[in-house]
Each structure stands twice: as structure tokens, then as C-alpha cells.
Design a protein around this ligand. Sequence first.
Ligand code: ADP
Length: 440
Amino acid sequence: MTQEHGGAPLEGAGEMSRGEELVLRDEQQLLYLLALTCLPFWLVDSLSVMRPTWDTLALRLGWAGLTGVMGWSLRWLGPSRRRLVRTVAGVVVPNVFLAVVVHRLGGASNPLFSWFFVMPLMTLTVSRGELWQGVLSTLMPVVAAGTLMGLEGMAPVPMVTRLLLLMGAGAVGMQMSSFYRRLKQARTRAEEDQRAVQEELVASQARALHTERLAQVGRLAAGVAHEVKNPLAYVQANLRFLLEERQPTADGNDAEYTEALQETLQGVERIHQIVKDLTTVSRAEETAQCVGRCELVPVIESSMRLASVRLKSLVKLAVEVPPQVVAKAEPRRLEQVLLNLLLNAADAIEDAKVQGGRVAVRAEVEGERVRVMVEDNGPGIAEEHLPKLFMTFFTTKAPGKGTGLGLALSRQYVESFGGTLRAENRPEGGARFIVELLVA
Ligand code: ADP
């Protein structure tokens, strides 16, 4: 999160969240306000003795200046020092200065003495509801007023009565301060929540755009496949014709010619198959059939063929599937699931720059269930990512590369067949994705 500072860097204050920055500003404003409000009370000082009291004006200027400087210094302090300075400025300084001012104006008999009853309420606003600060806010006026009354030699009964009243005011203040603190916390939390929601909204709009672009590419791929299919068909037919209708060469040795033609034909047939698979996958949503008997070998072969377009240059592909296994699934969707798992394995191996990358597809039947496993020797899945892997939009890939939809959709498909899809790390390294289906 970016940090916004109005002034110099926060030495020792560390990284500050936006919420903390708001709290700091609040604290500073409160101390500046305390500094300012003590000044007009000089008029009350003068009124209480019916003459201008220059000594208390000097005291109040000192009081305001000290509180202001302390408020200003908060920005440069770490959290624990900030709390200490705030407490001294908001609780200790006002009580000490008030005691001295009242003493200069004649002591407990001066009407200003009653201000000690307000002190706990005032200082508690600075304490932010913390217990020890609450206790201090209550005790400081008791100590300051008690010292003043003790110095004057006041009789014990009126002195104790006043001290009890002061403690009562403190208790009320503590309650109010805790309410005030909860209110402030709720406001900060609400602001942070609102910002998080806005950020999530912007991010999900970007993801929606990206998904839309991907869908467009998918539709384009289907169109390209369709366009390629026709010329491919007659190239294929012509090659067959050449192979079947060839004339022997002059020396009667046409082995090389035949081999070259056969190789070309195989290549073309492979392109044809890939184009067919691509069309099937891109139309999976439109052509999805009912869940039923699904032969695993052709589905696995077709997804591996498609994936091999990307996997071939990166990894060695191995397959170990018993023949004639029939599972309960919808072939096109299962193909999409396996394709996604294979492409993810390729991405993981490529991103981690693994040398000698290997991907294997294995299947085994156990009772009523058949397990298809896609394994790789990539970096595996970080422990903290395992629980989030199948959540929509969870991706660790660079923006523009991953959408975080593949696994979520795959699990949805497999569950619609009555099966399960889970992930684990292989003890020997790399990831394993297990598709468990019912035998049909
Ligand atoms: P995307 O591929 O768009 O990121 P997925 O839902 O297919 O979305 O995958 C989600 C995340 O799962 C990937 O970003 C990656 O972090 C992790 N993942 C998937 N397959 C593997 C794998 N074979 N090895 C390591 N991590 C993987």
C-alpha cells in the first residue's frame, strides 16, 4: 500500500497504513485543539481575581506551546513513543499547568478549581480508551488537586469529599472515552473496508475484461481452425493420391520418394487432428453432451495431442493409462479439464525454468472409481496456496497470463460428473492433480 506523508519521512515510525495515518492526524489535531483552548481561559483567570493576571498568561502560553510542539512531534515518532508523548501532552501537562495556575490564583477557593472536575473528561479524549491511560486521566486531577489542597492545609472532610467527586468524574469519563474509542475504530474500519471494496471492484473489472479478451481469442481460434480445415482436407487428399498413384522412378527405386510423402502425410494428419481437437474444445460449451459413458483413452489422447503443441518444446510427456477404461463423464468437458491441467503443468515448469521437465498422465482403476493423475516435476504448489487453488480468480501468474479460472471451472466440471478434483505436492517434488471419476 502506498504511504502518504505530508512532511518528512517517519523516522522509527515504520510503514504506516492509511488507517494509521488517519489516526495520527486525529491525534495531532486533538493536541493542537487542546493547546488552543487553554489560551482563552486566561480571561477566566483574570475574571476570577478581577485583575489581569500576567503570570497565568505566561503559564498558559507555555502550556499551549508545549502541547503544540508535542502534537507536532508525533509525526516523527514510533508507535510506543507516540503513545507516551500523547499521554504526557494530553494528561500530565494540563493537570500540572492547571494546578500551578490555580495555585497562583489563590488555590482551592478560586472558582477555577472546579475545572479539575472537567479534567478527566477532557484528558480522556486523548487517552483513546486505553485502560492505563484512563486510570492516569482519573488519578492525575486527584493527585494535582489533592496536592494543592494539602499545601493549603484544607480540612480532611471537604478535601476527601472533593477528591471523591473527582474520582466519580473520572469514572464517567472513562466510560465515555471507551465509547468514543469504539466509535473511532468503527469509522477507521469502515473507511478501510470501503477502500478494499473499491480496489476489489477495479481488479475484478480488469479481470472481466481479460476474460472477455480470452473468450474472443477462443472464438477466433475456432474460426481459424475452421478456415484451415478445408485447404488441409484437399492437401491431405492430394498427398494420398500422390502416394497411391505414384510412378516408379527411372532407376526403379522410389523408397525415398515414398518415405518423404508418407512423412508429409503424417504431418498433415497430425495438423488435421489438432485442428479438429481445437474446434471441439472451443465449442465445448455449445456441444456439451450429457454425462454418460466416456472412454478415457481417446479423451486423454486428444487432450495430450492438443497440449503437446505447447508441451513438446518444454517437457517430456509420458502416459500410462490402462486400455478400455470407461468412466462416467462428459468427454468434451473432461478433455478441457485435462488440457487445463497439462497446460498448467507446462506453465509451472516453464516459469520455474526447470531443466528436464517431465509431465505424466497416469490412470488407475480402484473398485468403483477411476483416478486420472496429471503429475509434473515443476516447483510444486506453495502450502499457503493449496487451500485457495480452486477459488475463482486465484492465480499466481503474471497479469495477462493467468485468469485464475481454469481450476475453478475444472473442479465444477468434474463435480458435475459426480467426481472430485484435488491437488497435492508429490513427495519427490512437483505437483499432482487427481481427477477421480466413477467407473461407468
Ligand atoms: P491460471 O492458470 O489462470 O492461473 P488456474 O485456476 O488454472 O488459473 O490455476 C490457478 C493457480 O494454480 C495457478 O496460478 C498456479 O499458481 C497454480 N497451479 C496450477 N497448476 C499448477 C502446477 N502444476 N504446479 C504449480 N502450481 C500450479
